[in-house]
Design a protein around this ligand. Structure first.
Ligand SMILES: [Zn+2]
Ligand SMILES: [Zn+2]
Length: 206
């Protein structure tokens, strides 16, 4: 005991809630009421130990469960956002794919009528080419006939007609073909956006 160094503190004063010695009960703490210190200690220790166990059971266990729940919520959110991201990319590639398909169809159509138009025009060229060759050959032949009588006026007068005995069909007309027309559609980002889809932001409480 601090007040009575020769005496051991073995009691507990009920009124002052402190450890005291036997001598104290007759001095400063007289009439306060006393308990066995060891008993008080054991009881208090037990009470606190139980309290710690109760906290461990109730709060530690449950807060760990909450932590796990929170981690799962994070993973779930990330997973869902990833799914949305992939879905958007897929949709974008679908739209690009559709544009590519439309381009391919149009190029195919253009190519098919280009082929028949070019075929027609090449035939026309061939007809005119044949015509040109025919006129050229005729001129050469007649020049050759003339040259046969060069320096021989007597035979030239009697042996050959005054006018050329040649007839030509009318020169074929040139036919031009229409290339058709490509009128560009008006691009509208908002329309494409509608077709792409709408991202709705969540209304999470902060
Ligand atoms: Zn004392
Ligand atoms: Zn006391």
């Amino acid at each position: 005991c601090k007040v009575h160094p020769k005496h051991q503190m073995v009691l507990c004063c009920k009124k002052c809630q402190q450890a005291i010695c036997a001598l104290c009960t007759t001095k400063e703490h007289e009439g306060h009421g006393f308990l066995d210190l060891e008993e008080v200690y054991t009881k208090k220790y037990k009470t606190r130990t139980e309290e710690i166990r109760r906290i461990r059971d109730e709060f530690l266990l449950n807060s760990r469960l909450r932590l796990k729940e929170s981690r799962n919520a994070t993973l779930e959110l990330k997973g869902n956002l990833e799914l949305m991201r992939n879905s958007m990319k897929e949709q974008a590639s679908q739209i690009k794919g559709l544009v590519d398909a439309i381009l391919t169809e149009n190029l195919h159509d253009l190519h098919s009528y280009e082929a028949s138009a070019v075929e027609k025009l090449e035939y026309q060229e061939k007809v005119l080419d044949t015509y040109v060759t025919h006129v050229q050959d005729t001129c050469k032949l007649e020049e050759y006939k003339n040259s046969m009588f060069f320096g021989n006026p007597v035979e030239f007068l009697s042996g050959i007609s005054d006018t050329l005995d040649v007839k030509f069909e009318p020169i074929p007309d040139v036919q031009k073909l229409s290339p058709g027309n490509f009128s560009e559609g008006k691009l509208n980002k908002e329309e494409i956006r509608k077709q792409f889809g709408v991202l709705t932001k969540p209304s999470n409480e902060t």
